[in-house]
Design a protein around this ligand. Structure first.
Ligand code: GDP
Length: 354
């Protein structure tokens, strides 16, 4: 019989920033009601957890919808164009549609591909009305996301603890996203260690008001692999590893990431299970070189695109998947603790094309 997982509150730090000069800290835990049951060593534990998280997100599409309101406003012009579309007007309408996609950061390559496919289908008589064109547009974006970035669920393997490492440049939203992820896992009754490099004051500040009970283990020289070892010895389900922000052009810091990844794998073969790169959605297509560099160095397994609520350039989600072939696993659509949404391609397409 499956026994309930001991459920501990993971730590949340929603406003704090790690920096290289600051000591590492291992923080955990409090008690909450378990909602997710597991058995030690049970292979389906993480698979079911991934599915559960995704199902929950499906019932929370409103958040995604409001988070993408700026991008949707940007793309609303497409509806107006298509409302009055007639065959004679095709070139002008497609030019304007192209412009709207570019402004929303779909990127030139995909934009041209989408627009030219639409043109062919219109001219061949396959698409006969504005609403058919709109549906075809949505389908082409959805197909691209499903083909090039379909593994959107967390892949946590079968060995406990699963290790999730988060990388990226400073200020992108790593710590905030990990805090939100910890909260999500915690609310499913998962036992989580959130390992950070933070000054005590900043995370305490971030935690205030969230009702999270904490136990702080002050260990100045603790490193990621030691945190993973601790997680393993103490029977945690998930270890969340925050890393210091670094520029992709700083090679010595990038090398440090490789060393960190290797050390973690030594403690726990197969770990880290996920290396998620956090990308700031407000930077639009500028995120591409950064993402490529991180991927080349450490091998990114998934992306978290943050601050999409503050940006009208949500099309960057599509261009980043197309360019890198890496799935977007989560999107950040606000600063609240519930505002990290597992990425669902269909819901995303509905949210940006109203
Ligand atoms: P880090 O340096 O990568 O760890 O970045 P932080 O987690 O400290 O985040 C930097 C800032 O971005 C903070 O002010 C966060 O509140 C903000 N932020 C992070 N994610 C989001 C998001 O999805 N939406 C919005 N609006 N702000 C966010």
């Amino acid at each position: 019989m499956a026994t309930p997982c001991p459920s501990f509150l993971s730590t949340l730090s929603l406003r704090s920033k790690p920096s290289l000069a600051q000591p590492h800290r291992l923080v955990s835990t409090g008690l909450s009601k378990p909602r997710f049951t597991c058995r030690a060593g049970q292979t389906g534990f993480f698979t079911r957890l991934g599915r559960l998280i995704k199902e929950k997100a499906k019932s929370d599409v409103d958040k995604l919808f409001s988070g993408f309101s700026k991008t949707r406003d940007n793309l609303a012009v497409i509806d107006e164009l298509l409302l009055y579309w007639n065959l004679a007007d095709t070139d002008r309408v497609l030019d304007e549609l192209e412009e709207a996609l570019l402004v929303s950061d779909f990127g030139p390559k995909i934009t041209i591909k989408i627009v030219e496919t639409l043109r062919e289908d219109i001219l061949s008589g396959k698409l006969k009305s504005g609403s058919e064109i709109k549906d075809a547009l949505k389908k082409s974006v959805l197909d691209l996301l499903n083909t090039k970035g379909n593994k959107t669920e967390l892949q946590l393997g079968f060995r406990k603890p699963a290790v999730i490492m988060v990388v990226g440049v400073n200020g992108g939203g790593k710590t905030t996203s990990l805090g939100k992820l910890a909260h999500r896992l915690k609310s499913e009754g998962v036992k989580v260690i959130h390992f950070e490099q933070l000054p005590v004051t900043s995370w305490r500040y971030g935690l205030r008001g969230l009702g999270v009970r904490l136990l702080l283990v002050k260990e100045r020289r603790l490193k990621h692999h030691q945190a993973v070892k601790r997680g393993k010895e103490q029977g945690y389900d998930v270890v969340l590893c925050d890393t210091s922000g670094r520029l992709h052009t700083n090679y010595s810091l990038m090398e440090e990431l490789i060393a960190c990844k290797k050390a973690v794998a030594k403690v726990l073969p197969g770990a880290p299970n996920e290396i998620l790169q956090v990308l700031d959605g407000t930077t639009g297509l500028n995120m591409l070189p950064q993402a490529r560099e991180f991927n080349d160095v450490v091998g990114i397994t998934g992306l978290i695109l943050t601050k999409l609520d503050g940006s009208a350039r949500g099309g960057c989600v599509v261009s980043v998947v197309d360019e890198l072939g890496i799935p977007v696993k989560f999107v950040g659509v606000g600063e609240g603790v519930e505002d990290l949404q597992p990425f669902d391609a269909e819901a995303f397409v509905d949210a940006i094309f109203s």
